[in-house]
Design a protein around this ligand. Structure first.
Ligand code: SF4
Length: 67
């Protein structure tokens, strides 16, 4: 499973938000372990830019993560 996951998996704020129960596991199952090449975050050049911190894999912004 690990080798089929996104290379950003261990650093990604979205995964951390999932582990904290802030977002649905569907995101992780659908993208991080499967279609990570389709993830909008994965395609961003600078993942460390804090303005991208709340961007979900489909490119939408999850305002609840700001809390
Ligand atoms: S949210 Fe996107 S960038 Fe982050 S681990 Fe999942 S697939 Fe990779």
């Amino acid at each position: 499973m690990e080798s089929d996951s996104c290379s950003n998996y261990h650093e990604c704020p979205i995964v951390k938000a999932y582990e904290q129960g802030k977002i649905d596991s569907e995101w992780i199952n659908m993208y991080c372990h499967d279609r990570w090449k389709d993830c909008e975050r994965f395609q961003l050049e600078d993942l460390s830019d804090s303005s991208y911190e709340f961007v979900l894999p489909d490119g939408s912004v999850e305002e609840r993560l700001r809390r």
